[in-house]
Ligand binder design. Structure first.
Ligand code: HEC
Length: 218
């Protein structure tokens, strides 16, 4: 009988400990602030598109668990394409290392670290503009020349659409893999380097019909 309150107390203090014990060397000041400034601050700042700012430790700490979840699920930052399938100048997605740092920081108690390591808050970056001629493409369309980028418009959120350039020699270039791509984005993805395709190259879209695609050519 008399044992009960003790068990309860142990249970409660166990919860508190799990919250407070710091088991990682990764800190907000050193690693995490740099990732957030580079990848999140464009929207997560006062007056930005996101509902809350993530610039300071005080602003970010209450969101730590949600931040981990959003980056592991690759819902944040919103980008709409799978990293590694095609290669883009304006790629907003996190590298695997950045995702791991954030996850480890949160699991290790999300410590602040020393203020002297904090980088300066960056100015807002200008979005990359992709210039060139926009040609609408569908499955099977012939293309040639230098491809500078690809633009996608969808009527409803698209779960997965892959676009390839099938060359006449039988090789196939992955152009883009749209994932969880939303109608409000109408995004232009700029290839890291213009993609040269041989005459006779055909576009392959899998599955077709879900996205309106435009190739941006030089
Ligand atoms: C292009 C703008 C943009 C960028 C960049 C961005 N976010 Fe967001 N974020 C949003 C918007 C808008 C919301 C509101 C919910 C929604 O629309 O999905 C949001 C919501 C969130 C939420 C709350 C999700 C919930 O539980 O409701 C978290 C956490 C988050 N973002 C973390 C991040 C992190 C971490 C980064 C950087 C790695 C980031 N975001 C980059 C726009 C952005």
């Amino acid at each position: 009988m008399g044992g009960r309150p003790v068990i309860l107390l142990l249970f409660v203090s166990g919860l508190l400990d799990a919250h407070d014990v710091i088991t990682t060397k990764i800190t907000f000041s050193r690693e995490i602030s740099r990732i957030l400034y580079k990848r999140c601050a464009g929207c997560h700042r006062e007056g930005g598109k996101a509902p809350m700012a993530l610039l300071t430790y005080e602003e970010s700490r209450p969101w730590a668990k949600a931040i981990k979840e959003e980056v592991l699920e690759r819902r944040m930052p919103p980008w709409g394409a799978v990293r590694g399938f095609g290669s883009f100048q304006n790629d907003a997605s996190l590298t695997q290392e950045e995702v791991s740092l954030i996850a480890e920081w949160v699991e290790g108690g999300a410590p602040e670290g020393e203020a002297r390591y904090l980088p300066p808050v960056p100015a807002l970056a200008e979005p990359v503009k992709v210039t060139g001629r926009r040609i609408p493409v569908r499955n099977g369309a012939m293309v040639r020349g230098l491809l500078a980028g690809i633009e996608a418009r969808v009527k409803a959120e698209v779960q997965s659409v892959r676009v390839f350039a099938d060359q006449p020699d039988g090789s196939s270039l992955p152009l883009i893999w749209l994932r969880h791509y939303k109608p409000q984005w109408a995004r232009a993805f700029a290839f890291r380097k213009p993609v040269a395709v041989a005459p006779g190259t055909r576009i392959r879209v899998e599955p077709e019909g879900q996205a309106q695609l435009f190739l941006i050519t030089r």
